[in-house]
Write a protein that binds this ligand. Structure first.
Ligand SMILES: Cc1ncc(COP(=O)(O)O)c(C=O)c1O
Ligand SMILES: N[C@@H](CCSC[C@H](N)C(=O)O)C(=O)O
Length: 468
């Protein structure tokens, strides 16, 4: 209905003048005692029992704001007034470290999209892992991967050095190897899949079963940062806790730091909440609001990012590079990944065979920003051994098979052809590809490829094979 100047009578019988609502609070909604009228019902609520698709769930969130604000209000308040001093919290909130309405709104929304009973938000992804590992006590054992985000490795190293916790790093893509180190003393299993930066896939259901059989109290935690809840739901695959760096896909714009935890077990949820309140790492209201805003576009962003990533991965593979991306059929765990996830994500890595060459490529690309992190709308390029994984010493990196020349690409939402063009130019200018009569191909074709893969621009040019 149009007619902005006309007044309307809402169900509570208080006349509302639409012009006044522009002031932020309609004066006509305030009764004579100066108290706000009871909140009016939300103008639209989901149909009971109706299961909406994830695209809808990401956008739709139900608030209890009295003005039915379309964007959740930011309660930028550290403390909340109480009605009495006799103890207890006479209001739902007393202090933002313990709880805040903007944070509650976000946590409820996340619980829904992470298919969990409860979600909690903290100040960073590492903050989330810290909250999880604070459930350990000296003497406990942890089993985790040998390909792990550098910061997670650093935290676990700290715990094993100073916290009296034994940390076993194994190849978590090898279930038999995992079984060997899991014992009744295993209090926690920490998995990442796809792993950062080698994009290896870990069989969550099998490892969760092994862990729970060895120790029913064992907490299986999965870092789902690489995929987000849109593409993978580890709680449904046997995990007890799923955590993510909300800094990445969930927020999508590199304008905040956040960590997210999701659980189904009420008692475990209470312990995690206790730790967050006690240590004071709950996410600040403004960051909750930003994250809430980012989540709404997760599906459109991820769809675009995956389409671009697929294009880039196919191009690199067809040019002869060794590419690690679970969207490619050549990925050794392509089937396993697809049995757990609904998409490959948009992070891939590839090798050039030469560290200096990799450096030149990274520094020559223009559209691809040299940055750590991923999951943003902008495309990023990095060398994990020098950047995101520099906190793992060179010897350990070598033992774990992380190639020093590895280049990681975090694909954004720019035009896919522009991204491809820019990368191709960087590869050619840096000398990583030869321009041949038929197209271009990787200079260094020593990358464990027997048969040239099918692809758009493969050029089997005899001279190129002899290039220095
Ligand atoms: C897989 C993974 N998990 C956790 C983190 C930690 O997240 P944050 O940077 O938000 O602390 C990162 C990156 O930083 C990551 O790549
Ligand atoms: N200097 C930072 C590096 C952050 S890496 C961020 C992200 N997880 C990635 O993989 O790019 C640190 O020391 O933690």
């Amino acid at each position: 209905m149009s007619g902005a100047s006309s007044s309307s009578t809402p169900p509570n019988g208080v006349l509302q003048n639409p012009k006044l609502s522009a002031l932020g609070k309609a004066f006509s909604q305030i009764d004579l005692d100066g108290h706000d009228m009871p909140p009016s019902p939300a103008p639209s609520s989901p149909r009971p029992g109706k299961q909406y698709s994830i695209a809808t769930q990401l956008v739709y969130s139900e608030g209890n704001d009295q003005y039915n604000a379309s964007s959740v209000p930011i309660y930028q308040s550290a403390t909340f007034k109480q009605t009495s001093a006799t103890g207890g919290v006479s209001n739902e909130y007393d202090y933002t470290r313990s709880g805040n309405p903007t944070r509650t709104h976000l946590e409820k929304h996340l619980a829904k999209i992470m298919r969990a009973k409860r979600a909690l938000v903290v100040s960073s992804g590492m903050g989330a892992l810290d909250v999880i590992t604070r459930q350990l006590k000296p003497g406990d054992e942890v089993v985790t991967g040998d390909d792990l985000y550098g910061g997670s490795h650093r935290l676990l190293k700290y715990l094993s050095t100073y916290g009296g916790i034994a940390v076993h790093h194994v190849d978590t893509t090898d279930n038999a190897a995992v079984q060997k180190v899991i014992t009744p003393k295993t209090a926690m299993v920490l998995l990442e899949t796809p792993t950062n930066p080698l994009i290896k896939i870990v069989d969550i259901p099998s490892i969760a079963t092994l862990a729970h059989e060895a120790n029913p109290q064992c907490i299986v935690s999965v870092d789902n940062t690489m995929l987000s809840p849109l593409l993978q739901n580890p709680l449904e695959l046997g995990a007890d806790i799923v955590y993510e760096s909300g800094t990445k896909y969930l927020s999508g714009h590199h304008d905040l730091m956040a960590g997210v935890l999701a659980i189904n077990d009420e008692a475990l949820g209470e312990k995690l909440f206790f730790t967050i309140n006690a240590s004071g790492c709950g996410l600040a209201p403004f960051d909750c609001w930003l994250l809430m805003r980012g989540i709404k576009t997760l599906k459109v962003r991820m769809d675009a990012q995956q389409a671009n990533a697929m294009k880039i991965a196919k191009f690199l593979e067809s040019a002869g590079f060794k590419v690690r991306y679970p969207g490619l059929k050549s990925h050794p765990q392509y089937e396993l990944h697809n049995s757990m996830a609904r998409g490959p994500g948009a992070v891939l890595s590839f090798e050039t065979g030469d560290i200096l060459l990799s450096e030149r490529i990274v520094e020559t690309a223009k559209l691809w920003a040299i940055s750590v992190s991923f999951g943003c709308v902008n495309s990023l390029i990095s060398m994990p051994c020098r950047m995101s994984h520099a906190s793992i010493d060179a010897k350990t990196r070598a033992e774990r098979g992380v190639p020093e020349d590895l280049i990681r690409l975090c694909v954004g939402i720019e035009d896919g052809d522009d991204l491809l063009d820019d990368l191709r130019s960087a590869l050619v200018q840096a000398g990583a590809m030869n321009v041949t009569l038929d197209g271009i191909e990787a200079r260094n074709r020593t990358l464990e490829q027997e048969d040239p893969p099918e692809g758009e621009i493969i050029a089997a040019h005899a001279a190129a094979a002899n290039e220095p």
